[in-house]
Design a binder for this molecule. Structure first.
Ligand SMILES: Cc1cc2nc3c(=O)[nH]c(=O)nc-3n(C[C@H](O)[C@H](O)[C@H](O)COP(=O)(O)OP(=O)(O)OC[C@H]3O[C@@H](n4cnc5c(N)ncnc54)[C@H](O)[C@@H]3O)c2cc1C
Length: 417
């Protein structure tokens, strides 16, 4: 390990790895970058379980596709990505539903569903091509201290040994409730939804034909995202949210009873549920760091904002943050400014503030509105869904938000690209 890096990234999950790739690409491997990740790097080409690249799937918005295309990895990612041609939104036991089609907005797809393990494999394979990008894993960032010239000293632990290095910019991307941000005195605003998301891949008797389903029930919203078929069976990724106590009971059901419950809640739009993969549960909270930038430090990804997953926005927002940060850093570099300068980092944060606010509100309110069961709210919501189906500007807004096209567009590409 070197004694000094341009940029150190604490956390090599979906956000840390995407940022490392963007920096290495956009700066033509011209920066010394260190990524410190607690989980070992899998052998090249191997799929493996890792907290970020785990059994979940991610709905990548059309905007995220553009970002990965700009980084030259979309072609490989697309090999295992299922395009979302339409989204069906409904409420269990209530009238009113809406169908949004990619063709309504003249888009090739509303998004693309990628299994996190595939995303991880593609990103990690790609990262190993860069000479000046050093991946330090398994290792943990234990502490950070500021030096007088606004640079950071980063303390690591690897194989029981301590080490330290310095950097111009430390990116904290170590996940929700970041211990590192906490150690710098950065607080969090939080709202516990009292819900969990149970995720699993399911097989269905009828093909999904590229359709995603968002279904709101009195217990919480559920989503079924179309996956690329690996066998003759049509597969979808289930995200089923429900109150904590019910989630514990549902998680304890055997596979047959679980599928029966699911069928009862979801209905028969895809025929019978025929197969069930591994199940995992995630507690749902809205967690926002009260500060995202300081001299020499930027907080990103789940460490900056951890959103309700029902609208599929958390990672897409984080990826737009990544793209804008890299753009700001490229501008600063060209102007001979230091990466860790507070005004540089503030300009990134100001540029993304509106997108972060709008996306957080959208994710929070969508889950909220559809969970309320008071009669007046329920009627307004049903009318809203029906109205959405006929009022084109409202539908178009909702659809563009869902497709991740509501935020500030990111138009960078590789140097010379
Ligand atoms: C059920 C569910 C479904 C979702 N679906 C979608 C979706 O469809 N679309 C979407 O846009 N978003 C979705 N999201 C959100 C998305 O998963 C997150 O935005 C994403 O995981 C954020 O990644 P991250 O790298 O910031 O954090 P994490 O995934 O938490 O990764 C943090 C990494 O840091 C490492 N680490 C932790 N501490 C240290 C340390 N001290 N030193 C070194 N390394 C450390 C960890 O090992 C880990 O690899 C979903 C979330 C959930 C829960």
């Amino acid at each position: 390990m070197k004694s000094n890096y341009d940029i150190v990234i604490a956390g090599g999950g979906m956000v840390g790895a995407s940022l490392a790739l963007a920096l290495a690409q956009v700066f033509d491997d011209g920066l010394d970058i260190l990524v410190v990740e607690s989980v070992p790097l899998p052998p090249r080409g191997e799929l493996s379980y890792q907290p970020s690249f785990d059994a979940r799937s991610t709905a990548l918005a059309a905007g995220s596709r553009e970002i990965y295309a700009g980084l030259g990895v979309w072609e490989v990612l697309a090999q295992q990505a299922c395009p979302i041609d339409s989204i069906h939104v409904s409420t269990r036991g209530r009238p009113g539903s809406t169908l949004m089609r990619a063709s309504d907005e003249a888009l090739p797809a509303l998004g693309y569903v990628v299994e996190n393990q595939w995303l991880g494999r593609v990103l990690l394979d790609q990262l190993q091509r860069y000479q000046r990008l050093h991946w330090c894993a398994p290792a943990t960032v234990r502490g950070v201290s500021m030096l007088t010239d606004a640079r950071c000293r980063v303390e690591l632990e690897q194989d029981g040994d301590s080490a330290e290095t310095c950097c111009d910019l430390l990116v904290i991307a170590d996940g929700a409730y970041s211990a590192l941000a906490g150690s710098l005195g950065i607080g969090y605003r939080q709202n516990d939804y009292g819900h969990q998301a149970i995720i699993a891949n399911v097989g269905t008797a009828q093909p999904h034909n590229g359709r995603a389903y968002e279904r709101f029930t009195d217990q919480g919203p559920m989503a079924l995202l179309p996956l690329q078929a690996s066998t003759a069976t049509s597969r979808s990724a289930l995200v089923w949210t429900m109150p904590d106590a019910l989630a514990a009971a549902t998680a304890a059901l055997d596979d047959e009873a679980f599928l029966e419950q699911l069928q009862e809640r979801f209905g028969h739009r895809l025929g019978a549920f025929t197969k069930l993969g591994q199940r995992h549960s995630y507690p749902l909270q809205l967690v926002e760091a009260v500060e995202q930038v300081r001299s020499g430090v930027v907080v990103m990804g789940n460490a900056a904002h951890f959103l309700h997953p029902v609208a599929g926005q958390g990672f897409n927002l984080a990826l737009r943050d990544v793209a804008n940060l890299v753009e700001v850093l490229r501008g600063a570099h060209g102007a001979g400014r230091r990466f860790g300068e507070l005004s540089v980092l503030q300009s990134y944060h100001q540029a993304q503030a509106w997108d972060q606010r709008a996306t957080t509100l959208f994710s929070d309110r969508v889950s909220d509105v559809f969970t309320w069961s008071q009669p007046l709210v329920a009627v307004a919501r049903d009318l809203g869904l029906s109205a959405l189906d006929v009022v084109m500007p409202a539908k178009s807004w909702f659809l563009r938000q869902a497709a991740g096209l509501g935020g500030r567009s990111v138009s960078w590409s590789r140097r010379g690209g």
